[in-house]
Design a protein around this ligand. Structure first.
Ligand SMILES: Nc1ncnc2c1ncn2[C@@H]1O[C@H](COP(=O)(O)OP(=O)(O)OP(=O)(O)O)[C@@H](O)[C@H]1O
Length: 320
């Protein structure tokens, strides 16, 4: 069986980013090449999605969230710990587990391959599992630690194809697996490595390769780089930007690190206490935040007020 968790658990709260780290990363991300993404038609329409944790004192973790995501777009989901980002992301492809319950709303996936609209919340069993790998894939917080330590990268990648593309021959699987490694910046020869032989950055790249294996139209990334040092984070973020330009998938990128999102996302949704309180382009959010909470959030990042973390994404300086 693959080590990629098909039924992930909500991960522990991330360590807060140290101020020095936040500024260092902001400085590094300012130099990211965002490419020229081709942002197109909607790929996902979320309407009034609500998710509760049915515990003794029920938690309304996501309250009537609505947004549309377009092909090739990076939508950032920002907000303080506990505001509902992960719950929302998991709900989008039914990865939530009891006591979490979807209490209302809809998630419609606009499939470019079949030209049909899929009601994601009505999918079940095999259909749902297939949807998760081939249409919408996910890279979890700390995913690199979920590579199986006792089987090689080759076997883990091959397993994805054996399950979801059984008509592929052994040679085709190997070829495609190596191509995927190369795509995410890992040498082809690493195919025979085991997790412990790879650095944290490499392991996370392998997880991204697995998530890309079936050519998904959307990738949900929950704090995909939080556990890595800032230089490796930057390299991986650059890789994600390059891949979305090259392959055209959309990304929902979750992090509590708003400065980071302002650099890499096309639009940013700010969540507070289960609500999306503001959704705007990264540029508008930075220069003209509408909601008091967004202003407070922007003000709470020292890296945004100092030179190092200023919003210097190419082409936007003139609005200052
Ligand atoms: N298994 C659970 N049972 C009860 N409440 C839960 C459970 N998991 C999460 N919650 C609550 O749901 C709310 C949203 O949590 P969620 O993990 O989605 O937030 P988040 O914004 O992703 O936080 P973080 O940035 O720390 O990952 C919080 O109030 C949290 O305490």
């Amino acid at each position: 069986m693959t080590a990629f968790p098909s039924e992930p658990v909500i991960q522990a709260e991330p360590e807060p980013v140290a101020e020095d780290d936040a500024s260092a990363l902001a400085e590094l991300t300012n130099t990211l090449d965002r490419g020229r993404p081709d942002i197109g038609e909607p790929v996902l329409t979320v309407t009034e999605l609500s998710i509760d944790y049915e515990v003794a004192e029920p938690v309304h973790a996501v309250k009537s969230a609505s947004f549309e995501l377009r092909r090739g777009e990076i939508l950032g989901l920002a907000g303080e710990s506990g505001c509902g980002k992960t719950t929302l992301a998991y709900g989008l492809n039914q990865l939530h587990r009891p006591p979490a319950v979807i209490t209302g709303g809809s998630v419609i996936f606009h499939d470019a391959t079949t030209n049909q609209d899929l009601d994601v919340l009505s999918l079940q069993g095999k259909e749902l599992r297939r949807f998760r790998w081939s249409k919408v894939s996910m890279v979890f917080q700390g995913a690199m630690n979920s590579l199986n330590p006792v089987i090689s990268v080759r076997a883990q990648l091959a397993d994805v194809f054996a399950t979801h593309a059984p008509s592929m021959s052994r040679d085709e699987r190997l070829q495609r697996s190596q191509d995927l490694l190369e795509l995410v910046g890992v040498e082809r020869r690493r195919i025979n490595s085991f997790a412990h032989e790879l650095s944290g950055g490499m392991r996370q790249r392998v997880m991204i390769a697995m998530a890309l294996a079936l050519d998904p139209q959307l990738m949900i990334m929950d704090e995909p780089t939080t556990a890595l040092d800032v230089v490796v984070q930057r390299e991986i973020l650059q890789e994600i930007l390059r891949l979305r330009t090259e392959l055209g998938f959309a990304v929902i990128f979750i992090t509590h690190d708003l400065p980071l999102l302002l650099e890499i996302a096309d639009r940013v949704a700010v969540m507070r206490d289960g609500n999306i309180v503001e959704l705007a382009t990264a540029e508008d959010l930075y220069f003209e935040p509408q909601h008091d909470y967004t202003k407070k959030l922007l003000g709470s990042f020292p890296s945004l007020t100092g030179d190092a973390g200023d919003f210097v994404r190419a082409g936007y300086q003139e609005r200052r």
